[in-house]
Write a protein that binds this ligand. Structure first.
Ligand code: PEP
Ligand code: MG
Length: 572
């Protein structure tokens, strides 16, 4: 039967393909006494053999698709599968205690996992993770439950998941993964942001895709309207094929603006910049006519691995981005982990409120060696392009002053060694915490620029977790409370002769753009795939009219009244 679920439109575009469920299987184990222990040992050995051949196939595929270093993970898993120190005690348990294979495996593996995890040795803790993974695989065969192997996907699919972490998203193979949809998440969760930069249509926060969709169902992800259609009728499929073609045509129209400047109908130039996560995203920036990189989220360099990236590795990544952009500005944000971006290898304690916790600049000022390594890599790369450095999550002036003085210290140490560093590097901050927006006039005397991070600014101002789909209606970028804060920041910058940009998702939003133009925003930084559409929109707007519109909406009462007022003006 066909049905439809509503969610949050997280990444534009339309995808039609078969469903691939990426869900944690139910591997709960029942304890049972077995009569024929010999047969039970054989059943266990069969599960081991199936797991081994499955892992060998995955390893081969990973070797070809992802390279030898990623494939090495599976070598470690294969070693566990053939390790007599693990296998023998399981078989003994089956024989001596007449305990079923599932429970014998689980008891033994749990014992090793907790032993390795408690060791003060990173290598052993990683072995604990390997044992946990391998146990899951063998258990799935014993229980006859399917575990998903996303790296084995070899046909066009739509991923259906409860949630995707940013590193899950980074591993999606664009060739086969045509779209994704999740139960949880909001428009500004990082998996949604990454889907936009990868141009994968996505609908998040549907609450129930994983319970409504089965493997192999035909699914349409409508990332334009936030709809997921399950086993649609032929009529719906035809409708969407048509929508897809229209969307492609529209994109071809926008593409004609790739080499144009972004100028309003009455001649004001604003800068349209792109948000990137890795040097690989540069291609999209260039293809979409980005005039700058307004936000390089460097934390992705630290994710999906087992240790911190070295200074050299960071230097190469920053240099590649700076060189790739030539003389165009590149705003590099220093490490912003925490919230939904975890680095398991830092082994930080779990927090009740990770978005309000030990993250970003707070961690960097505390763990200074991590911060200083990054700053050195940035300073060394600075002579290869037009670098600007930006600190995330600044909540008060002391943090900015301390971060800046650490930067100055590293700069003078490097200069003493004769390292070439760019003559002038602008140093700015993200304005994403309300206390900083309120104090923008004071900050403006000390920073070189502001970039307003509305994804966090909205979550903190409205007190609504950006990952929680139940409160996603409080993500209200046009709420006059937010607009007034944005105005304070822009005015404060201009009063001191500084520039103000925005790198939250709001900067690429078609309802927000007219207001932001009217408020005098200088730089709009967004997913590269939104740039051409925004350019086309701005070329049709008159700045003087948008100034009037901005004045009007600042005095309105709710998010909805602002939407209405903007629509009236832009549809005229
Ligand atoms: C923001 O908060 O608006 C922002 C751009 O940073 P991030 O989305 O990475 O938190
Ligand atoms: Mg942020």
């Amino acid at each position: 039967m066909s049905s439809m679920l509503k969610g949050i439109a997280a990444s534009n575009g339309i995808a039609i393909a078969k469903a691939y469920l990426l869900v944690e299987p139910d591997l709960s184990v029942e304890r049972k006494e077995v009569g024929d222990t010999e047969a039970e040992v054989n059943r266990f050995r069969e599960a081991l053999a199936t797991s081994t051949s499955e892992l060998e196939t995955i390893r081969e595929k990973a070797n070809v698709d992802l390279g030898a270093d990623k494939a090495a993970i599976f070598d470690a898993h294969l070693l566990v599968l053939s390790d007599p120190e693990l296998i023998a005690p399981i078989e003994d348990k089956i024989k001596n205690e007449s305990l079923n294979a599932e429970a014998s495996l689980k008891d033994t593996a749990d014992m090793f996992v907790s032993m390795f995890e408690s060791m003060d040795n990173e290598y052993m803790r990683e072995r604990a993770a390997d044992i946990r993974d391998v146990t899951k695989r063998v258990l799935s065969h014993l229980l006859g439950v399917q575990v998903s192997n996303p790296s084995m996907i070899s046909e066009e699919v739509i991923i259906i998941a409860e949630d995707l972490t940013p590193s899950d998203t980074a591993q999606l193979n664009r060739e086969f993964v045509k779209g994704f949809t999740t139960d949880i998440g909001g428009r500004t969760s990082h998996s949604a942001i990454m889907a936009r930069s990868m141009e994968i249509p996505a609908v998040v926060g549907t609450k129930e895709v994983t319970s409504e969709i089965k493997n192999g169902d035909l699914v349409i992800v409508d990332g334009l309207n936030g709809e997921v259609h399950i086993n649609p009728t032929q009529e719906v499929v035809n409708h969407y094929k048509n929508e897809y073609e229209q969307y492609e045509k529209q994109k071809a129209e926008w593409a004609k603006l790739v080499n144009e400047k972004t100028v309003s109908a009455d001649g004001t130039h604003v800068e349209l910049a792109a948000n990137i996560g890795t040097p690989k995203d540069l291609e999209g920036v260039i293809n979409n006519g980005g005039e700058a990189v307004g936000l390089y989220r460097t934390e992705f360099l630290y994710m999906g691995r087992n240790e911190l990236p070295s200074e050299e590795e960071q230097f190469e990544a920053y240099k590649a981005v700076l060189e790739g952009m030539g003389d165009k500005p590149v705003v590099v944000r220093t490490l912003d982990v925490g919230g939904d971006k975890e680095l398991p290898y830092l082994d930080l304690p779990k927090e009740m409120n990770p978005f309000l916790g030990y993250r970003a600049i707070r961690l960097c000022l505390d763990e200074q060696s991590i911060f200083r390594t990054q700053l050195r890599a940035l300073l060394r790369a600075s002579s290869y392009g037009n670098l600007k450095i930006m600190f995330p999550m600044i909540s008060n002036l002391n943090e900015f002053r301390e971060a800046k003085s650490i930067l100055e210290e590293e700069k003078s140490k490097l200069a003493d060694t004769g390292t070439k560093i760019a003559d002038s590097i602008e140093v700015g901050i993200m304005v994403e915490i309300p206390s900083t927006a309120v104090m923008a006039d004071v900050f403006a005397k000390e920073v070189d620029f502001f970039s307003i991070g509305t994804n966090d600014l909205i979550q903190y101002t409205m007190a609504a977790d950006r990952m929680n789909e139940r409160v996603s209606y409080l993500y209200q970028p046009y709420n006059p409370a937010i607009l007034r804060l944005v105005k304070m920041v822009i005015d404060a910058a201009h009063k001191e002769g500084k520039w103000a940009g925005m790198c939250g998702e709001m900067a690429g939003d078609e309802i927000a753009i007219p207001i932001l133009l009217g408020l005098g925003l200088d730089e709009f930084s967004m997913s590269a795939t939104s740039i051409l559409k925004a350019r086309s929109q701005i070329r049709n707007l008159t700045k003087a009219d948008m100034e009037n519109l901005a004045q009007e909406v600042l005095q309105l009462d709710t998010n909805d009244s602002v939407i209405e007022a903007v629509k009236k003006v832009i549809n005229e």
